[in-house]
Design a protein around this ligand. Structure first.
Ligand code: FAD
Length: 432
């Protein structure tokens, strides 16, 4: 009986014909050739942290977990080449040991390097791009079973397209990342009123290196998070204070609201007000990756849309109206982040400074009415869904939102004309 696979959130499952764990690039080549000989499709899975069925297949599933080594570090240029299955967690550790860091990160570190960049994973910070914008070179195994290297000087068109590749162009085996000297961040989280946050938004985004906020539905309460680079040394908190700030409040205390909300949705608004009274009041000074990365113990399902930054306040107000007007019971905060414009064809921030609005629902709760409502709002702003998070869009709807859509498809036609790397998700979002 073939092994089953499911993602972190538990909302996607598949039964591949085989699951393989190659330990070298040569073994990836063999695996792709094996699939080709048997006329089977191939999909790679990284950390399985996407909410969409992007990593699902009924063909052969390749996990690159064993490809997790540092290949080369250029200390002058501050670049590092790593195997594509390395987790962001291990990457951060390897970089810190060499006095380096990534300029920005998302809020967890469980993803693989290739998986994170492939879906456009991003953090927050108005002048910083998504992780894919740090990529200066890649190596991949193409559908023909050949190894292809791309950089600014070798196959630059492939590099241009493959940085957010959705696994559609090949099996990425190595990634070269532009890093920066390690830095510390001063983290401040403070409660604010909903209207105050939106009125002061442009100033706050411009005044801080990394700014985001979240709003707790059914309340008037937000928390703003401002992370700024500092030359001050790390201020270690006691293990107890760290646990209280980083694990207890965001997971245990808030988790109680989520659990209670699942059992008795009608109580969510009242419970949310209790949680709102103790929202965000934290100050930390630590190494950048330790500030960026959070612990996520509660399982949930998420949708996130990138929209033009200028529409941020209007979009968040529209989501609040959607919840109120339809009497939706939402126990998770709405998270709002900011990302700089980039030139990556399938990046959600392609060609425009962006605001990302993320909505969540507890695992097992019907998210569709809420997510479809949010999707309609975001579509009105020309929104682009995060490739790794829930959405209901198809290729025909997505293509006009990406100016370089055809350029990506041309690269796909060249590298994978027989659609060896396709799956149901890619058939839906890119077309066959
Ligand atoms: C708790 C949680 C928090 C999150 N926080 C953030 C956040 O802060 N910001 C954000 O933007 N996103 C966030 N995400 C989404 C997540 O970063 C993305 O979905 C990411 O793609 C997951 O990486 P992964 O390694 O798990 O990839 P998977 O989900 O396993 O795969 C994603 C895609 O990449 C492809 N792929 C993986 N490896 C390769 C390879 N070697 N070669 C070719 N293709 C490959 C897969 O085929 C698939 O199409 C979060 C998700 C969760 C569950």
């Amino acid at each position: 009986m073939p092994e089953k696979w499911s993602n972190w959130a538990g909302n996607q499952r598949c039964q591949p014909e085989a699951i393989e764990h190659p330990g070298s690039e040569g073994e990836v080549v063999e695996a792709v050739r094996r699939a080709k000989d048997r006329a089977q499709r191939v999909k790679v899975v990284g950390g399985g942290h996407s909410f969409t069925d992007t990593a699902c297949t009924d063909g052969r599933l390749l996990s690159l977990q064993r490809l997790n080594r540092v290949v080369v570090v250029d200390e002058q240029a501050h670049t590092v080449t790593v195997e594509a299955g390395m987790t962001i967690r291990l990457l951060n550790r390897e970089l810190a040991a060499r006095g380096l860091a990534l300029l920005n990160l998302g809020d967890i570190d469980k993803q693989s390097v290739a998986g994170a960049i492939s879906t456009g994973t991003h953090g927050t910070g108005a002048t910083y791009g998504a992780l894919a914008t740090f990529v200066t070179g890649m190596e991949m195994v193409t559908a023909s079973g050949e190894v292809l290297r791309c950089s600014a000087s070798e196959e630059p068109e492939v590099l241009h397209c493959a940085r957010v590749g959705l696994g559609a162009l090949g099996v990425v085996t190595k990634v070269t990342l532009q890093c920066v000297p390690a830095f510390n961040l001063h983290h401040i989280e403070r409660p604010r009123r909903f209207d105050t946050v939106l009125e002061d938004l442009d100033e706050a985004v411009a005044a801080n290196d990394y700014f985001e906020f979240y709003w707790l539905p059914h309340t008037d309460s937000c928390a703003i998070i401002a992370n700024n680079r500092t030359d001050e040394p790390v201020r270690e908190k006691s293990a107890w204070k760290r646990w209280r700030a980083e694990v207890f409040f965001p997971n245990v205390f808030f988790g109680a609201l989520v659990k209670a909300g699942k059992v008795a949705p009608s109580k969510i608004p009242r419970l949310a007000k209790v949680v709102a009274d103790s929202l965000g009041n934290t100050e930390l000074l630590n190494r950048s990756d330790r500030i960026f990365i959070s612990t996520r113990l509660i399982r949930f399902v998420e949708m996130e849309y990138g929209i033009p930054r200028a529409n941020a306040a209007e979009a968040v107000r529209a989501v609040r109206a959607l919840i109120q007007d339809n009497d939706l019971r939402v126990s998770f905060p709405i998270e709002v982040r900011f990302v700089a414009s980039d030139d990556v064809p399938l990046s959600m921030a392609h060609g425009r400074d962006s605001c990302f609005v993320a909505v969540h629902m507890a695992r097992g709760v019907d998210f569709e009415p809420y997510f479809r409502g949010v999707e309609e709002i975001m579509t009105g702003f020309g929104g682009r869904p995060h490739w790794g998070k829930m959405h209901f869009q198809t290729a025909a709807e997505l293509a006009p939102r990406y100016p370089e859509w055809d350029r990506f498809l041309a690269c796909r036609d060249r590298l994978d004309p027989d659609r060896r790397f396709a799956n149901g998700y890619l058939d839906r979002v890119l077309g066959r």
